[in-house]
Design a protein around this ligand. Structure first.
Ligand code: HEC
Ligand SMILES: [Cu+2]
Length: 334
């Protein structure tokens, strides 16, 4: 119980992958820069620990050694200072600090300058999800970034509304996604795995649900996944509702709409087809094909009562085939 309070909620409940085996272990380092950054960090920590022992140790030693006697006075030492001692206690820390600066600065320069041949990925933050686009293939993912291992990757970040911050702790990378501006981040993943990613800038009341996964996979798996993501086309013999379910998952509808009755940013779509919906102005409409289509193309035309107009428009982003799939899928959610 107390341990739970100390450690916080189970990450599995938050919908992010587990970061490390034990909450007491250091974060895993899954990129080239992460490892080097950890080295600097651990070196500074060790240096601080050693300095602490030397300084506080000397202080305690002198306190005891030169304690005022119970009666009378000690004679004050005739020595004024030691030039030799003062030189060394200035020189050694100065060398250490300059060394730390040089080490930190070279690593920093490396971390902010992406290599020319880096793989390009675009990331857009929006209340409260991330869209990840691969310009070479047109693939688009939501709240998920897939990265090939041992390949430098450069992200170009921006935001559609407020300032968000894209943060992948295992890569030791965090950068603001600012509306009207592009920022960059780069890394080279070194360990295959599924890692959490977060928004690290408070961006509204559902900021804490702006989470996702960073998947590091082999080059073959990467190509297959991107290929898959770039064409959400109906498979031969795939029933329309199943196809719609895939579109629903791939196009990020899931981040705002549940299909089990729970309310997220948007209303749950369970059992909605054919039902009456009360709109913000108090009027009612029947949820049918046209209403769903309109919700996708012009989400602000009719706002559901009790909800904010936060759904993005999908005009030009969904094919007719995909819209039909979505309608049939919503119809199937009884
Ligand atoms: C950023 C969050 C968000 C995303 C992503 C999103 N929606 Fe919505 N959606 C909403 C909100 C909020 C509403 C209610 C307000 C309104 O009517 O615009 C809504 C309303 C709807 C409605 C009307 C529901 C009702 O009960 O009347 C449908 C249908 C719908 N969305 C389908 C979708 C589909 C399909 C997708 C994926 C292609 C999607 N939405 C993506 C937030 C979102
Ligand atoms: Cu955010």
């Amino acid at each position: 119980m107390i341990l739970n309070l100390l450690l916080g909620p189970d990450p599995a409940l938050l919908g992010t992958p587990q970061m490390s085996e034990s909450p007491f272990s250091l974060l895993p380092a899954a990129s080239t820069n992460a490892q080097e950054l950890d080295n600097v960090y651990l070196f500074i920590t060790a240096l601080c620990a050693i300095s602490f022992v030397i300084l506080i140790g000397a202080q305690i030693y002198f306190m005891v050694k030169y304690k005022k006697p119970a009666s009378g006075h000690r004679k004050t030492s005739p020595l004024t200072h030691s030039g030799k001692l003062e030189f060394w206690w200035s020189f050694i820390p100065a060398v250490l600090l300059i060394g730390l600066f040089a080490w930190g600065e070279t690593l920093y320069m490396k971390m902010v300058a992406p290599p020319d041949d880096a793989l390009q990925i675009r990331v857009t933050g929006q209340k409260w999800f991330w869209t990840v686009e691969y310009p070479d293939s047109g693939a688009k993912l939501t709240d998920e970034i897939i990265i090939p291992i041992n390949v430098p990757v450069k992200l170009t970040l921006t935001s559609n509304d407020v300032i968000h911050s894209f943060y992948i702790p295992v890569f030791r990378q965090k950068k603001d996604a600012v509306p009207g501006r592009y920022t960059n981040m780069w890394f080279e993943a070194t360990k295959v795995g599924v890692y959490p990613l977060f928004c690290a800038e408070y961006c509204g009341d559902q900021h804490s649900s702006m989470i996702g996964t960073a998947k590091v996979v082999s080059m073959e798996d990467f190509e297959a996944a991107i290929e898959e993501a770039s064409r959400i086309v109906q498979l031969p013999n795939e029933p329309l509702p199943d196809y719609g379910a895939r579109v629903f998952a791939k196009r990020g509808c899931e981040s705002c709409h549940s299909v089990d009755g729970t309310t997220k940013t948007g209303p749950s779509l369970k059992g909605k087809y054919g039902a009456q919906e009360t709109l913000a102005d108090g009027s009612t409409v029947t949820i049918d094909d046209n209403y769903i289509r309109e919700s996708l193309m012009e989400p602000n035309a009719k706002i559901v009562q009790g909800f904010a107009p936060q759904m993005p428009s999908f005009t030009g982003q969904l094919t007719d085939e995909q819209i039909v799939g979505l309608i049939e899928y919503i119809k199937s959610l009884k």
